[in-house]
Design a protein around this ligand. Sequence first.
Ligand code: NAD
Length: 267
Amino acid sequence: MSEVRAALVGACGRMGQMIVRRIMATEGITVAAAFDLLNVGKDVGEVAGIGKIDVPVSDPAELGPVLRESGTEVLLDFTVAAATAANAPVAAAAGVNLIIGTTGLSAEQKAAIVDSVTRNNVAAVVSSNYSIGVGAFFKLCRDAARYLGPDYDVEIVEAHHNQKKDAPSGTALTAADIVREELGGKEYVYGRSGVCPRGKEIGIHSIRGGDIVGDHTVMFIGNSERIEVRHQAHSREVFVGGAVMAAQWVVRQKKGVVYEMSDVLAG
Ligand SMILES: NC(=O)c1ccc[n+]([C@@H]2O[C@H](COP(=O)([O-])OP(=O)(O)OC[C@H]3O[C@@H](n4cnc5c(N)ncnc54)[C@H](O)[C@@H]3O)[C@@H](O)[C@H]2O)c1
């Protein structure tokens, strides 16, 4: 089987550099192109600390032509929401499948990405969390919500490093959406201060500090007891491995569909 040709946007970021290293160490997939606002013209292997791989960092303004010239089959995007919203339709129009890891996308930005995937008949995975274990975490959240019902108060606490741009995390919002799907009708309340009596809401709280990779706790709080479902990522490697797995998977899937990480894990 030939190697999957992958490109990265945000190739010089924390996730991007790790993904470059992981792809180059993985059989069956290679880095065909790289894009970032930083280090344009430099070799992306050198930026990622693994030495020259003869793939320059390209200007994102050249996304469409470089994707076509490099024969890229799948683009992994770990940047910021505005960049992903601009880049995903360009890549889809070039016939390139997508792995979107960027968080903080608005509902409109997500809808536009879905539209470009279906219109251009490519496949995509969009996930706020590419770790393997978070699939189990989401399932446990759903099961707990279904089992305990609407009388338990739900509070979500997430913690991340001090460089994270968006809050709350995409994973916290996905967990909230799952609980709301099961229990219906709950508003989201982001932090609290002042006079704020608790209603039928889901409280969502963000902690930012140091080098925390990503902690999520969903609390189901009743009278006299509390159940907590918790996921803690110890290293970004867990997202990197899942994203590369998704990239190798998505090129073989039915086109015109936006998949979730649970689909990748189901095989
Ligand atoms: N889904 C997941 O599993 C997962 C895991 C970790 C991080 N993330 C998300 O991935 C994103 C990136 O995280 P990070 O920690 O690597 O951030 P980072 O700030 O270290 O890296 C982002 C990179 O994107 C580049 N960039 C910004 N705008 C760009 C543009 N218009 N075109 C091209 N490149 C551009 C920056 O120069 C930078 O190199 C964030 O949204 C984060 O929340 C998702």
